[in-house]
Ligand binder design. Structure first.
Ligand SMILES: [Zn+2]
Ligand SMILES: [Zn+2]
Length: 324
């Protein structure tokens, strides 16, 4: 079995174009400094830039190789996965990682709100049946192999140098890291709002894709497990803004990977029917209204997009109207 270091070395060596492997006429006795001098004279500025960018992209490949080693090396028995092409190793890691996050967050969430704090956050009569949650898990797990393709494709595009992603925070510094992250999140928020809204407004899209998620339209049919219970294409479309953002704003690679995985936890949270009352967070209080009216609260993390585009409906105002 090869170690992580060896694996990374061999993977990164694989990425050096063949014309750059052992073809430079350099004698073995030549010192390292004369080799550098030789390279700087023999390569044109454009080739040197290409060389530098190939070297830079290896950082992304090394990082995804390391993730594959950690996840697949500890979950998948045997070494057969090492023979898969890098893209499929990453897909398998995303599939297993996504499944693990979905079940861990779902079970822990349900344990706390339905059993440990029974009748505290959710009234007893509003707790969904085990069968309802089981059906949501089936829908989510049928879609999971397809969902996993999205981060795998985005990693491939990053490793190929097609996006504006960067590998380490030190390259831009912490202040620019946060500015970039804020812009990334605004693009994601805007993109998910409009993708979600169009999935309602364009009738065939609603009928063939989004209706699968909207069969859970009452409090006692919604649960944290409904968070990923979508038609596969619906789930992918709503996550596409995470990938589009990579072409618009420089985004730290690890942060992008984490942001996609955080979606599995976030969607569990907004389907638990507990109104958190934390402005401007678009919590489950708002999202439950979305499931019951179909016309409000399309947003994802915050209430801002619905507020700006006139579709916001506040759960507290609803309560107030019901009482008066
Ligand atoms: Zn919807
Ligand atoms: Zn929902």
């Amino acid at each position: 079995m090869r170690g992580v270091g060896e694996e990374i070395k061999s993977r990164t060596a694989d990425h050096v174009p063949p014309q750059k492997q052992n073809k430079t006429p350099v004698s073995r006795s030549r010192s390292k400094s004369s080799l550098l001098v030789h390279l700087s004279f023999s390569l044109s500025p454009i080739s040197r830039m290409a060389e530098a960018s190939t070297e830079y992209l290896k950082l992304f490949v090394a990082e995804t190789t390391w993730y594959n080693e950690i996840v697949l090396g500890s979950i998948v028995p045997g070494d057969a996965w090492r023979r898969l092409p890098h893209f499929f190793q990453s897909w398998l890691r995303n599939f297993l990682g996504g499944t693990l996050v979905y079940f861990l967050s779902g079970f822990l969430w349900c344990l706390v709100i339905y059993y440990w704090k029974r009748n505290v956050y959710v009234p007893k009569e509003a707790i969904p049946t085990n069968h309802a949650m089981y059906l949501q898990i089936i829908v989510a797990m049928k879609a999971m192999p397809w969902y996993s393709a999205l981060p795998s494709i985005s990693e491939y595009m990053i490793e190929s140098g097609w996006t504006r992603s960067f590998a380490t925070i030190g390259e831009v510094g912490w202040p620019m890291y946060f500015v970039n992250l804020a812009v990334y999140l605004v693009i994601v928020e805007f993109g998910i709002y409009w993708m979600h809204r169009e999935l309602h407004d364009i009738k065939p899209l609603y009928k063939w894709l989004h209706a699968t998620h909207h069969i859970y339209n009452k409090q006692n049919t919604l649960s944290p497990f409904a968070g990923l219970a979508f038609h596969p294409l619906d789930g992918i479309l709503q996550a596409v803004p995470h990938v589009l953002a990579l072409f618009i704003v420089p985004c730290h690679f690890t942060t992008h990977v984490a942001a996609i995985f955080c979606e599995a936890v976030w969607t569990a949270n907004i389907h638990d029917c507990i109104h958190g009352k934390v402005w401007p967070v678009m919590g489950a209080g708002y999202h439950t209204i979305h499931h019951t009216t179909y016309r409000h609260n399309y947003g994802h993390y915050t209430v801002w997009m619905d507020w700006m585009f006139g579709t916001l409906r506040d759960p507290e105002e609803d309560e107030h109207l019901k009482k008066s």
